[in-house]
Design a protein around this ligand. Structure first.
Ligand SMILES: [Zn+2]
Length: 302
């Protein structure tokens, strides 16, 4: 490297801020915030009226960024919450050499295939450990938090309460680099369904769901059951049919059992019924049958 790491990092920080992403300094060569923690708070400067953590102090202001980065080669943290981002973190297994566990990227690709979607095309970075970060813009009106393992093994997310190390940063094991995709795409709806906390049923009884399915399949089942249980009168039948078709894919892939899906959807429909149970069970059966027939043979990948 012939260029000055300070100016390279300054430019990377300004570049992130230009995209509307809120940045803060990480200690040089590390992934740890350079700002003081709550226990060490001097209650001066930005903390005069109470401690401000990195999430509050992260900024898009070029003057503040120049002031911080012109003297010290800080790595760059992006506070995902205030940046309006949801970043999917595809990690590598801890012991790459000896473990045959699939990487987060492999698991995520298989999940996309099973869900019937392409791997989303969006801004992404390669992490120092060889994993990937996929950047998405967060949906309006829903506050998503970090998740660990909700989507799948080694597939975590960073949203409110979290941050990611930005492209241009370097730690002893390697460098964070922008890969492709110039802009962050909106978070796909099917991923949002998995990540958002299940809505609290208002008028309908809550329908408990117990399953031994993988986390993302269980989350999909819970969400669809909630959608059906809370659907308003005019939309219940289409909601039920859509739920059956969505969950049928996960039966075809072997992630859910048909009987547990039928039972859960049937109880959800019954929780707020305006039609006979026979009618709802027929809708469920048709939806599942169609979906399983159309998704059979797509199989589980790794
Ligand atoms: Zn403070």
């Amino acid at each position: 490297m012939t260029h000055d790491p300070r100016s390279a990092l300054l430019h990377a920080a300004l570049d992130a801020a230009e995209r509307g992403w809120h940045v803060f300094p990480l200690r040089p060569g590390t992934k740890r915030p350079a700002l003081h923690g709550e226990t060490a708070c001097p209650h001066t400067g930005p903390c005069t009226t109470g401690h401000q953590k990195w999430e509050q102090r992260a900024t898009t202001d070029p003057d503040r960024i120049r002031a911080a980065w012109s003297h010290t080669p800080f790595n760059i943290g992006i506070a995902t919450g205030p940046s309006g981002l949801v970043v999917i973190d595809l990690d590598m297994p801890k012991d790459k050499g000896t473990s045959d566990a699939p990487s987060g990227a492999t698991t995520f690709k298989a999940l996309c295939e099973r869900a019937g979607h392409a791997v989303p095309d969006t801004y992404r970075t390669r992490t120092a450990s060889g994993g990937e970060h996929l950047y998405f813009t967060a949906p309006d009106g829903i506050r998503l938090s970090n998740t660990a393992g909700t989507i799948g093994e080694l597939v975590d997310t960073r949203a409110w309460g979290g941050y990611v190390v930005a492209a241009g940063s370097t730690i002893p094991t390697g460098r964070y680099e922008a890969l492709c995709g110039s802009v962050a795409a909106p978070l796909p709806g099917w991923l949002q369904t998995i990540l958002q906390p299940a809505p609290k049923p208002t008028h309908a009884r809550s329908v408990p769901v117990s399953t031994h399915a993988p986390a993302y399949a269980a989350a999909a089942l819970r969400n669809e059951v909630n959608n059906v249980a809370t659907a308003t009168d005019g939309t219940r039948n289409t909601t039920l049919l859509r739920a059956a078709r969505a969950l049928g894919r996960l039966i075809a892939s072997g992630d859910l059992h048909r009987t547990e899906v039928e039972d859960a959807l049937s109880r959800a429909a019954a929780a707020n019924a305006t039609q006979s149970q026979h009618y709802y069970d027929d809708v469920i059966s048709r939806g599942l049958g169609w979906s399983i027939a159309n998704n059979r043979g797509k199989g589980r990948a790794a």
